[in-house]
Write a protein that binds this ligand. Sequence first.
Ligand SMILES: Cc1ncc(COP(=O)(O)O)c(C=O)c1O
Length: 400
Amino acid sequence: MNVSHMLTNRVQSMEESATLKMSAKARELKTKFDDVISLSLGEPDFDTPEHIKAFAVQALADGYTKYTPVTGLVEYRKAIQTKFKRDNDLEYGMDEIIVSNGAKQSISNICQAIVQEGDEVIVFSPYWVSYSDIVGLAGGVMVPIKADIEQDFKVTAEQLEKAITPRTKAILFSSPCNPSGSVFTKEELEDLARVISMHKNILVIADEIYEYINFGKKHFSIGAIDSLAGRVATVNGMAKGFAMTGWRLGYMGGPAWLVKACAKLQGQVTSGANAFGQKAASQALLADLGPTMKMKEAFAIRRELVINLFKNIPGIKCNDPKGAFYVFPDISEYFGKSDGHITINSSEDFCEAILENTHVALVPGIAFGNGNCFRLSYAASEENLTDAIGRIKKYLSSFK
Ligand SMILES: Cc1ncc(COP(=O)(O)O)c(C=O)c1O
């Protein structure tokens, strides 16, 4: 069979996820060496808190084993509504909330619902790897706006203004950001909102999946800004803040017309998310957030550790992220330098050399739209982080 004839152009033009590619390489290396440390995955290394697992066990015993409404269990949507009000000052009605199989599906649903062939979707760069393929699969053109380390990887209102065209359909970004960990302040979001509010036919897709992993001021949601009323889809989920990546539960609050369109789409593709997980998640959102805050505190300690270790490596400029569990250091000073065998000319060269010579897996920044950087996930033990960065330092000292 001619496979390339069988496969659609759509799928053939998709990129394999760079983070998954790197972890596959690390796994392969692990079969040969027992000292491989993978700092490439975007997943908390904690297990789901015990009380949430107990909620799921109880939900199964109580018969939450059937299809749920496509938009989600009423009790879960009510809990989400309460959470939006409690944490984000967002007032979404019950017809303005939909549950999906992860925040990823929420974002994909939105893009499938609103992006026509050739529409532009502005994405703040560096961006989460999946944004480009989600936009591309919907037929859209991703328009990245680049923000470098000097501006803390945060796009300004002036940059946004310049990027908007009559074809702009949506603006998509994450805050706290994967991969940079940067967090937009309320004032910065208000500046962006002033620009967006002048363009009435643009939807904002605010990916707030890392909301609870925020080391600075209280998280602020762009959807709470009055001038953008009815034009913000706020995406969130259980994966990161509750260490529930494998549960596949995400949700979106947004205008009723958008929720209706996403429900139509999801109803024909995946239906509602899993029943007992939704029941447990509804309780998790309303229960004590202590375990979530404990995980955040552990991430905060590792963050300090990682930043301090990188400070001692010449030629690496490390950012000072206020959220998520990543650092996104700039390594462009190493370009053109060699360890005697390999000359580094890109973030991919850098990560490959590090993996081969130190057995530490990182992700090249180019996968996130910034080829001067790499992403390190500090969802790992302090011992492994210290060991890994120590190895990197030692290896880089051989570069000339
Ligand atoms: C910025 C961002 N948004 C969304 C997701 C996906 O979340 P979920 O697991 O709920 O689909 C991730 C996961 O890595 C992410 O980093």
